[in-house]
Design a protein. Structure first.
Ligand SMILES: C[S@@+](CC[C@H](N)C(=O)[O-])C[C@H]1O[C@@H](n2cnc3c(N)ncnc32)[C@H](O)[C@@H]1O
Length: 248
């Protein structure tokens, strides 16, 4: 028996579908895929905030980047992929940490790409307008420096906003991830907990293909790559445990 979820009932009413069967046919065969995207947007859990699991950003600046740049020359690209980005707090926190805490920032050509399956939340990320709750963990000095308080909330400045490129990607769709290559660091936090074992393993393989040899992956605090895949080396840094694609 198919249990119809509230979000599906809502969309059945909005699309005037009397039976679930009619709605399902529309989801499968609509050429534009618009209804599937609308339903996906309704079903996602977008919980996030600035400086969530901040110890990993300290690990990035103090341990991961110094390790990575040993294999780089001045002027080389350094590419970070944040998936899922949700409304942008995580990739923007990374951008702010690099601006504030990484002395070698100007020696490299930094690129931050942030992806999510939810197009509605990506639009909100590009806008960069945040609630009190979103910025509650952010150091006050950074809040004052990079945000403007408006009647609608905290507006992130254009310099930080333009340093992150947002793209729509379904991590479980190989066609979506195929062109994501040559990254030095991947942040994939608080998504794999929602995946089953098969999808987690596929995600580990996707990241393996997306990373440069010697590249790193950071997961959420309750997630462990060792339980998912043996493709990576465990690296225990003082700030956090992260995973590395072998150099050879
Ligand atoms: C709980 S948020 C995590 C956000 C952020 N990484 C953090 O840790 O604060 C989970 C996000 O995963 C996104 N998501 C769910 N399934 C996805 C998939 N297959 N591919 C890409 N993003 C996905 C959702 O849209 C949602 O924004």
């Amino acid at each position: 028996m198919k249990v119809v979820k509230v979000s599906e009932l809502e969309r059945m009413a909005a699309t005037d579908s009397k039976l679930f069967r009619n709605y399902f046919t529309m989801l499968r065969f609509q050429a534009s895929g618009e209804e599937l995207q609308t339903l996906t947007n309704l079903m996602t859990v977008n919980e996030t905030y600035f400086f969530r699991e901040e110890y990993q950003f300290r690990c990035l600046v103090n341990s991961i980047l110094p390790d990575l740049v040993k294999r780089k020359r001045n002027g080389d690209a350094l590419r970070i992929w944040v998936i899922p980005s949700s409304s942008g707090e995580e990739p923007y926190s990374i951008a702010i940490c690099l601006l504030e805490r990484w002395a070698d920032l100007n020696k490299f050509d930094i690129e931050i790409v942030a992806s999510d399956i939810d197009t509605r939340i990506l639009n909100s990320a590009r806008q960069g307008l945040y609630s009190d709750r979103s910025v509650a963990q952010m150091p006050q000095a950074y809040l004052q420096k990079y945000f403007r308080k408006t009647a609608a909330g905290y507006q992130l400045n254009d310099e930080v906003r333009s340093s992150v490129e947002f793209t729509r990607v379904n991590l479980s769709d190989r066609a979506d991830t195929r062109s994501y290559r040559h990254f030095d660091v991947v942040f994939c936090r608080n998504l794999l907990i929602y995946f089953d074992d098969v999808s987690r393993k596929a995600a580990a393989e996707t990241f393996y293909d997306a990373l440069q040899p010697g590249g790193f992956i950071c997961l959420g605090h309750s997630e462990s790559m060792s339980r998912i895949s043996s493709l990576y080396r465990v690296r225990k840094f003082p700030e956090a445990i992260v995973y590395q694609k072998p150099i050879e």
